[in-house]
Design a protein. Sequence first.
Length: 529
Amino acid sequence: MKTDEYALYLRKSRTDMEAEKYGDGDTLSRHRKILLELARQRNLPITQIYEEVVSGETISARPQMQALLQDVESGKFRGVLVMEVERLARGNTRDQGVVADSFKYGNTLIITPTKTYDPHNEFDEEYFEFGLFMSRREYKTINRRLQRGRMASLSEGKYIAGAAPFGYRKVHVANGKGYTLEVVPDEAATVRLIYDLYTRGEQKPDGSYKKLGLLLICKKLDAMHIMPSKNTSWSVATVRDILSNPTYTGKVRWQWRKCQKTVKDGSVTVRRHKDPDCMVLDGLHDAIISEDVFNRAKEIRATRSYVPLPETTELKNPLSGIVYCGMCGKLMTRTYSNTKAEYYTLKCPNRYCKNVSAPIYLVESKLLDGLREWLDDYRLEWDSDGDFTTLASDAIQASITKSQAELSSLNEQLESTFDLLEKGVYSTEIFVKRNQLLTSRISELSANIDTMKEKYEEELLREKARYDFIPNIENILDLYGSLEQIRTKNDLLKTVIERVEYVKTTPNTKGKRDQANFELKIFPKIPHS
């Protein structure tokens, strides 16, 4: 017998949010009370409640809806209680079709205070689909109204974006609706300094000026102990955004990062790209810099544009994507040595990290030595715990068998509660409470069985590693020295190594470049017990 579990789905609409602003009370609390009363009247055991706190156009923007549909498709619920079917889907026809199919093939009822929809009833199905269609039309009408309001506010010079950029704070328009920006004096001074360092430069002892690039500006601000709005240090991306934002000239812009949707393999992907031809209008707020200074910075940026390397660039680092800094966690990168000798070093990209670099060939050699040493220890471990692994697998299998027998007994008890209700042994209240208790215990026991099955599979994988993993490492260590292609070396290392953490605190003295005074912590890709 299928367990009769029911769920609640609660979601605020834009209309609800507007109503709450005028003192209409919390929508989710009110709807939850109504639906729980409906469940009590119909003796429906509620085992899960999904509360959507965001108002998204598509299913992909509503995480609780995604979770609900997964459970519905797996047949977890007999029914889902919702205030009206329009709360389930207001997106495009694709999303509406996904919702309709999920409930249909999951054989799940949709229960509202006014009507219960059976997805296998032809008339209910048509009525449900018609409700979703009307919901979509209503959504489009509301969305068009919102967009018209945004454009009207933008044409009046109001600030309609989200958070205010660095240098401003978002405030209400005086004696009117909407928002504008107010200058924050301390931050505005930093913005002017950034533009000045970029367009004019930093004054040298001889009185001349040297223009600073983005990275040098970041270092200059950090050295002056000037903090950005969110992070503890300045980044190149933050400074670049400040130098390209016309908001600082008293303008407002819209659709700077346009949303572009593409469909691939049936899935909708949303990407945002910068649009240099976005809308830029005069704003109500005060400017921090002049348009002349902004245009001068724009011209400098155009002459310093970054040209990315082609995708066909040959890999030069055999440890690429493997070695991480053991101090700050950044992925180590390849760079030239700062000595006269020409060789590559492994360096932490964090300019504030104190981890010392080392030659790549030396780190590579010690990594292979460490892998050989670890392999010898791993063989000894197998010799000592081989019998234990077998005993652990047998014990887990016995626990699974016992738990499955208990689960079967609980399902029989759940079915018998219906007979006891009909005979009058159980009251309605006791029946609901007993159903909820048994449903919770069945869910808990099923989860325990799944966990034990995972552990059992894990033990089997460990046993398999004895025959597959160890020979694989041995083969790689034997072949590695004869390989010439860096890409092949890198691919082979990634098959057996999860990551490596590198720490070096003392630089090598002159003439002792090949002294490996660093530590490597190797994390092989092995099944864990």
